[in-house]
Each structure stands twice: as structure tokens, then as C-alpha cells.
Design a protein around this ligand. Structure first.
Ligand code: ADP
Ligand code: ADP
Ligand code: MG
Length: 461
């Protein structure tokens, strides 16, 4: 087993990884930017190194600085968390060259799955259903137009390098294709430094269903059930749960087998997620693979009882999977809410700033992963996640009630956030029925916001 692991990340996930290290009796070594000296992941670590200025490009994305610290501090492995360098094939290669284990798949595997157009092709060859669309990338807007005309509208223009819901445009009318293609391409160039685009048929009213997989160096691959991440705003997840109400045991079996086949075809190693869209008729289609630990992994930890980060570290150290597929059982129901420092009343504008006071919920079946504390100032340079509130209960209805209670217990005196909106979602009849599709939040936002501001008025009266 490793002796010292460098954690190349910040915020709640840096703390989450630190916890797994300590329980494995591994010494965690953390890094931070000049904006993060007061961050909890730094305060709780025995060893912390500043790797550069606030801007991510100068710190958390600075491969040389991170590798220099890893070598100087005698780390034998690096955990990249999510975001930042976690899906960077060059960084995985550079770790390997430096003789430091990258806790994730190899650079080759990240390259194969990181280009979303190429990953589609690989999945097709492996017999995993993909959304009808382009065969690889499309070079020009005109080529995209011709293809869209033959696939039929609506279509979705997507960036091969895309992530976080960016570089995507829905097209309903043929005469909109060319301008929206150019718009999506510019956004992709700006966000990801790549203008490579591809095309998929837009599946109407789908659910986002993803499978957690885990694979060791010996070629064993298991799946740990699904997460339903259909509560999204503009293609970004806000609430996730497991299991999904939309899956029968048969469909779960079928989709899980497809996820395992997908991971095997990619010669995958470590933790990964196979994302699908599921249409209202029960047809499912691969959309992408995330080759890293996912934000919403605690939902799976609750229903499987496994520690996924611990498992990641064990796999990177060359140990076999702790469990066979037969030993995995899904127990009860888990829900995660992402509390973000963004103002729903003002188009979800990010609201960094000082947390004057914070009271975190607790109690039976509750887990809170956060980097916040009273008096901390949330810096403006990184993503707006404040806390992940996660609950477990024997049944879905009990989990919903527990999460309502948890959101009521949360007290944040500080920046605006989406906690009230999340609370309203948990009362919406469609959510309670479990029938929400990815269109739900955008379509019902006005109503939900009205409900939460009505609550404010009542509280004032
Ligand atoms: P997940 O399914 O893990 O939530 P997302 O697609 O929501 O994946 O986002 C991927 C990860 O990339 C997120 O966890 C987020 O922290 C990170 N991320 C998103 N936008 C940025 C950004 N602008 N800079 C750095 N990291 C980002
Ligand atoms: P990202 O890398 O940004 O996470 P994804 O390919 O995972 O991109 O897509 C993000 C979201 O967009 C999905 O969760 C889903 O809600 C929606 N989406 C993606 N592809 C399709 C599609 N072909 N039809 C309908 N919705 C889609
Ligand atoms: Mg995705």
C-alpha cells in the first residue's frame, strides 16, 4: 500500500480523499493555491504546499508544480479528485513517467474515452447502444447540416472535449443548425481549447441514468448500480439519487451489463461512470464515460456500503477489487443535494463571499461533505459547490422526508444559494412520483421559485 498520497484538488473532495487516506493509514499531502490558504483541506492537513496563484491554470492545473511537490514530498501516488487534472491524459502520463501512481485509469484510457466522439465509436464496436448520430466528429457546419437533415430533427450539437454541460446546443429547426453549430463551437474553443464537434439525435424527455463501475488491474469489472441524475439545470446536475424509480430489475440488469461491457471494451481500470440517457419507452443510449470519481459518488456509497475512494486507492496500489459482483447488493435509498453558492432568483449567478455563520444538518442516515465552516470566505475562482447533503433511508419516501428535514436544518448566513429551491423540488408531485426527466427543472423553475419566495413572505409575516 502507498505511504504518502498527494491530493491534487481542493474543497470538499480534497477533504473526502484525505479522510480515505487516514483510514488506510496513508499520510495525505495537500496542495493549495494562494486563494486557499484558509481552506479546511489545508487546515486539517499536517503537510500542505502552496503551488501558485489563485487562478486554476496557475495552481490546480499546474502539472509541473504539482509533480515537483509530489517528488519533493516523497509521495508514491497522486489522487486527482474530480474536475481540474482528473481527466487530463497528459497528467496521467507525466505521473507514470515520474514513477508516481496516478489514482485513476492510464493516459491511454483517458485519451480513448475523453474524446466523446471517439468514445461513441468504441462503444458501438463493443455492442453498447449509442444515440443515433455522427460517426465520429463532423468537420464543418455544412457537413453537420447535411447529417442533421438525414438523422431528422431535433438534434443535439455536442463538443468532443465537452464537460459540465458546456459546448452543447439543441436544434429544433433546420435553419437554426448552422448558427447554433458556430455558437457551440466557439463556446467549446473558449472552454476546452478544441473546436471538434459531433452530432446526436436529441432524445426527448429522457432520464439521465448512470452506472458506477469499478475495475482492478487484473481485469475484474463490477458495476455498483445506477444513479438517477435527471434533476438538472441546463445539463448540469443538481440532485441525484439511487436507485432510480425508472428501472425495473430487468432493465437494471441489462444496463448494468452494458456498463460492464463498455468498461471492458475500454480496458478500463479504477472508478468510472458510464452515462446513459433513457427514453420514455425504456430504450437506453450511452452518452459518455467519466474517467474519474464523480461528485455524486456518496449516493452509491450509501446504497452499497462501499467506500469508493478507498477502493480507488487500493486498485491503484495493485490490489484486487474488495468484492465480486455477486457480493454487491443495493440497500435502501439515497439522495444527494448539491448546495451551490448561486442565486436562483438572478439566473443562478455565482455568489462567492463570506460565510458568517454555518450550521450543518446531522442525525440518523445523514452525511454532509463540505469544505465550508463559519467565518470562511468562499473564493470566486472555482466552482460554486458549498456542500453535498446526502441522506439514506430504507425507502425512497423516507429518504425524501429525511432530505426535506435536512434542508430545513441547514443554516447559512452568507451568500445566496439554492437550498430553498432544492427544498421545493422535494415537495413537487413529479419528484415525489419519481417521474422527472431532464426537462423537469428548466420547465418548472418559475413555479418552484414562486413557491420558495412565497415561503419567504410567510416567514416574514
Ligand atoms: P459530475 O457528474 O461529476 O458532477 P459534471 O459534469 O457536473 O460531473 O462536472 C464535472 C466536474 O468538473 C465537476 O465536478 C466540477 O467540479 C468540475 N468543473 C466544472 N466546471 C469547472 C471549471 N470551470 N473549472 C474546474 N472544474 C470544473
Ligand atoms: P457533459 O460532458 O457536459 O456532462 P453529457 O454528454 O454527459 O455532457 O451530457 C450532459 C447532459 O445533457 C446529460 O446529462 C443529458 O441530460 C443531456 N444530454 C446529452 N446527450 C443527450 C441526447 N442525445 N439527448 C438528450 N439529452 C442529452
Ligand atoms: Mg456528463
Amino acid at each position: 500500500m502507498f505511504k504518502r498520497v498527494l491530493i491534487a484538488n481542493r474543497g470538499e473532495i480534497a477533504l473526502r480523499i484525505q479522510r480515505a487516506c487516514r483510514e488506510l493509514e496513508i499520510e495525505p499531502v495537500v496542495v493549495y493555491s494562494a486563494a486557499d490558504a484558509e481552506a479546511i483541506h489545508v487546515q486539517l492537513a499536517e503537510e500542505a504546499y502552496c503551488i501558485g496563484p489563485a487562478r486554476a491554470a496557475d495552481s490546480y492545473l499546474n502539472m509541473d508544480a504539482i509533480l515537483t511537490v509530489a517528488k519533493a514530498a516523497h509521495c508514491d501516488a497522486i489522487h486527482p479528485g474530480y474536475g481540474f487534472l482528473s481527466e487530463n491524459d497528459q497528467f496521467a502520463d507525466a505521473c507514470a513517467e515520474a514513477g508516481i501512481a496516478f489514482i485513476g485509469p492510464s493516459g491511454d484510457v483517458i485519451r480513448a474515452m475523453g474524446n466523446k466522439a471517439a468514445a461513441r465509436r468504441l462503444m458501438q464496436q463493443a455492442g453498447v447502444p449509442v444515440v443515433p448520430g455522427s460517426d465520429g466528429a463532423v468537420a464543418t457546419a455544412e457537413e453537420a447540416k447535411a447529417l442533421a437533415d438525414s438523422i431528422g430533427y431535433p438534434v443535439l450539437i455536442k463538443a468532443s472535449a465537452g464537460g459540465g454541460g458546456r459546448g452543447m446546443r439543441r436544434v429544433f429547426e433546420p435553419d437554426q443548425l448552422i448558427p447554433l453549430f458556430e455558437e457551440a463551437r466557439s463556446e467549446s474553443v473558449a472552454c476546452f481549447g478544441s473546436g471538434e464537434m459531433y452530432l446526436e439525435k436529441l432524445i426527448l424527455n429522457p432520464k439521465h441514468i448512470e452506472f458506477q463501475i469499478m475495475a482492478d488491474k487484473m481485469g475484474h469489472v463490477i458495476q455498483l448500480g445506477e444513479r438517477d441524475c435527471s434533476i438538472q439545470r441546463r445539463n448540469q446536475k443538481m440532485l441525484e439519487e439511487s436507485p432510480s424509480r425508472a428501472l425495473t430489475p430487468e432493465l437494471r440488469e441489462k444496463m448494468g451489463a452494458a456498463a460492464v461491457a463498455a468498461a471492458k471494451a475500454a480496458h478500463y481500470e479504477n472508478a468510472g461512470t458510464i452515462e446513459f440517457v433513457l427514453d420514455p419507452d425504456g430504450n437506453f443510449y450511452f452518452i459518455e464515460m467519466n474517467t474519474r470519481i464523480q461528485v455524486e459518488h456518496p449516493v452509491t456509497e450509501f446504497v452499497t456500503g462501499m467506500d469508493l475512494v478507498r477502493e480507488q486507492i487500493r486498485i491503484a496500489a495493485g490490489l484486487p477489487l474488495s468484492h465480486t459482483q455477486e457480493e454487491i447488493t443495493l440497500r435502501g435509498h439515497a439522495i444527494e443535494c448539491r448546495v451551490n453558492a448561486e442565486d436562483p432568483a438572478h439566473n443562478f449567478q455565482p455568489c462567492p463571499g463570506k460565510i458568517n455563520f454555518l450550521h450543518l444538518p446531522g442525525g440518523c442516515g445523514v452525511r454532509v461533505d463540505t469544505g465550508l465552516y463559519s467565518g470562511y470566505t468562499l473564493p470566486p475562482y472555482y466552482d460554486s459547490l458549498m456542500a453535498k447533503l446526502v441522506v439514506w433511508a430504507p425507502t425512497r419516501l423516507e429518504a425524501i422526508r429525511r432530505m426535506r428535514r435536512v434542508l430545513e436544518e441547514l443554516v447559512v448566513d452568507g451568500p445566496a444559494n439554492n437550498a430553498d429551491l432544492l427544498h421545493q423540488i422535494l415537495y413537487h408531485p413529479d419528484f415525489v412520483r419519481g417521474t422527472c426527466t431532464t426537462a423537469f427543472l428548466d420547465e418548472n423553475l418559475d413555479t418552484l421559485l414562486k413557491w420558495s419566495s412565497a415561503g419567504d413572505e410567510e416567514a416574514k409575516a
